[in-house]
Design a protein around this ligand. Structure first.
Ligand SMILES: Cc1cc2nc3c(=O)[nH]c(=O)nc-3n(C[C@H](O)[C@H](O)[C@H](O)COP(=O)(O)OP(=O)(O)OC[C@H]3O[C@@H](n4cnc5c(N)ncnc54)[C@H](O)[C@@H]3O)c2cc1C
Length: 556
């Protein structure tokens, strides 16, 4: 049996995933657990991303936990899409409501986790304090928590203010009267640019890849709609858990390929007017597979951009080219396109004329031209999905480093575990639906499943669980096959690792869809955890000596 450890579980990260995991392990399974969080508070994404306009693109009524009906009912969101500070307040409320704070250590970064095969335990080291030993490590590190700043030559020489949207200062940043440069045009920039433009004297946006952007249509949710939803807790929960993407959105049976332009307009216009992800995740399924179908949806979106942007040249630059709609994270906007109609806002194409470096006074382009700024905002995204794991020295059996095992791309079973790393679980890890879903739905499913696996270990009196190599190979292959059947790999996106130089070009999330993926996990559990190996002590069939693992304990 494993030797005595400081705690049963170390959980890395105090966002949605880490908080629910702690609640589940401690309050429901009676285990001892410690959350280690690099930030100074709970919230994860919503602790770090405080840039102007930061808010969820998921509708608020589905962007939260559903595991506790009372919690779901008692929290009132003020708008259709909650703003950063509101989501952070919600997660603080969750931490308080379930008394999670005493088991969270803040301002502490996990630097390594090492598995000891003799004792079946993990030793987790941090950048402060003494290491912790545990039987289980749960990496609730977030799919989008490792921010990425391109290594521009001279970046450290800039004399003005520099910001990254992914770790924004806690105090308000005032751009009034300043010349501001924003580098990047992904979801964060799309939210920030209209608000920065309201303050800045002059704003230049550097665009490498234009995005397809749909109106958010934010605002207060009408009272009758709120009330109707309140009455339908069970229905909403059931629908989002069994949906394709964790929303109340359904893909259409009739394809775009066999629709006329008029039919397409009739389908897409109401979705455009409603705002949100309806055009992306709730319209034509064939646009993800057939370029011919995708082109018909693109035609509709290109026309919209031309309608919104006054200057035809700027409109052409804002029209995405060379990749299909829907295969890149679809930002939602509140006035992004219109911002480029303002006389003090400029768009610079750094696809044609790339940034060659940062100078003490601004941004220099390859053609030698220079743009001078008082502040530069890097809206350059994240080393997605594998980045947060790669930044920790995770050593499994035989001392193998996880990032070396994953050098050609992640290798997991279900995006939950990797062979050779017993009792190490990832919440919404690579090769799970994760970022292709409304994430709280996927987070709850993973946390519940991990808790179930840990409970199963107790049932069996086993010391550890990990995937077999064969099952892992099959999942990796299935993951790639699913992606290759679609147009996703044809786009240079962070889903493909394409935003990080040197990162292998592998499709990172899983395309099984939320409902079928959940069903697959359940089937695996029912099928004696097919593809997973239990080891240590009595790893055989379940027996009923649960006491040992599942009885409530005080921290040692
Ligand atoms: C700007 C932005 C907008 C988003 N909008 C949406 C949306 O509309 N809908 C949606 O579904 N999802 C959205 N997401 C994704 C969002 O990340 C998830 O919805 C959700 O917040 C993830 O929760 P999490 O707990 O898994 O990860 P996170 O919230 O990322 O939390 C992970 C935590 O782990 C900590 N951590 C990581 N590594 C270490 C370490 N080595 N040591 C200690 N601590 C560590 C981090 O500091 C972080 O606090 C958005 C993400 C971003 C960045």
């Amino acid at each position: 049996m494993p030797s005595r450890t400081d705690v049963d579980a170390v959980i890395i990260g105090a966002g949605f995933s880490g908080l629910y995991m702690l609640h589940k392990l401690r309050n429901q399974l009676g285990l001892t657990a410690r959350v280690v969080e690099a930030g100074g508070g709970v919230g994860g994404t919503w602790y770090w991303n405080r840039y102007p306009g930061a808010r969820s693109d998921s509708d608020s009524y589905v962007y939260g936990f559903t595991f506790d009906e009372q919690l779901w009912r008692e929290w009132e969101w003020s708008e259709r899409y909650p703003e950063q500070h509101e989501i952070r307040a919600y997660l603080e409320h969750v931490a308080q409501r379930f008394d999670l704070y005493p088991d969270i250590t803040f301002d502490t970064r996990v630097t390594s986790a090492t598995f000891d095969e003799n004792t079946d335990t993990w030793t987790v080291s941090t950048d402060s304090g003494k290491p912790l030993t545990a039987r289980f490590v749960i990496a609730a590190v977030g799919a989008l928590s490792a921010s990425n700043t391109p290594k521009f030559a001279g970046i450290e020489t800039f004399r003005g203010e520099s910001y990254h949207t992914g770790h924004w200062p806690h105090e308000r940043v005032d751009f009034t009267g300043k010349r501001v440069g924003v580098i990047g045009t992904g979801a964060s920039a799309v939210q920030a640019v209209p608000l920065i433009a309201q303050e800045a004297a002059d704003l230049t946006v550097f665009q490498r890849t234009a995005n397809y952007i749909i109106p958010a249509n934010n605002g207060p949710v009408p009272e009758p709609v709120r009330e109707e939803r309140k009455q339908d807790y069970a229905g909403i929960r059931e629908r989002i858990q069994n949906s394709a993407f964790g929303f109340e959105l359904t893909l259409l049976e009739k394809g775009a390929a066999e629709s006329t332009d008029e039919e397409i307009d009739a389908v897409l216009q109401p979705r455009w007017d409603a705002g949100g992800f309806g055009i992306w995740l709730g319209s034509y399924v064939d646009m993800f597979f057939l370029d011919e179908a995708n082109a018909k949806v693109r035609r509709f979106l290109h026309d919209k951009i031309r309608e919104k942007v006054d200057d035809p040249e700027t409109a052409e630059l804002l029209i995405p080219k060379g990749y299909p709609f829907g295969c890149k994270r679809n930002p939602l906007d509140s006035g992004y396109y219109e911002t480029f109609n303002l006389p003090h806002v400029h768009l610079v194409d750094v696809q044609a004329n790339p940034i060659s470096g940062i100078t003490p006074s601004g941004v220099r382009l390859r053609d030698g031209s220079e743009h001078e700024f008082d502040a530069i905002v890097y809206a350059t995204g994240f080393d997605a999905m594998t980045g947060p794991m790669d930044r920790i020295d995770i050593r499994g059996r035989g001392g193998e480093l996880l990032r070396e095992k994953w050098a050609e791309g992640p290798r997991t079973l279900l995006g939950l575990m990797s062979a050779g790393y017993p009792n190490l679980f990832t919440i919404t890890g690579p090769q799970s639906p994760s970022v292709l879903s409304n994430m709280p739905v996927s987070i709850e499913q993973h946390v519940d499943f991990v808790a179930k696996m840990i409970g199963e270990l107790a049932e069996r009196g086993a010391a550890s669980i990990e995937p077999t190599r064969e099952a892992e190979d099959a999942w990796v292959a299935e993951n790639q096959a699913l992606a290759e059947a679609t147009l996703f790999p044809t786009a240079d996106t962070w889903y493909m690792g394409a935003n990080i130089p040197g990162k292998p070009r592998v499709f990172l999330p899983n395309l099984s869809f939320v409902g079928p993926y959940r069903a697959k996990c359940d089937r695996i559990a029912e099928n004696d955890y097919e593809g997973f190996a239990f080891s240590g002590a009595s790893a055989g069939p379940p027996h009923h000596d649960r006491e040992q693992l599942l009885q409530p304990r005080v921290p040692r």
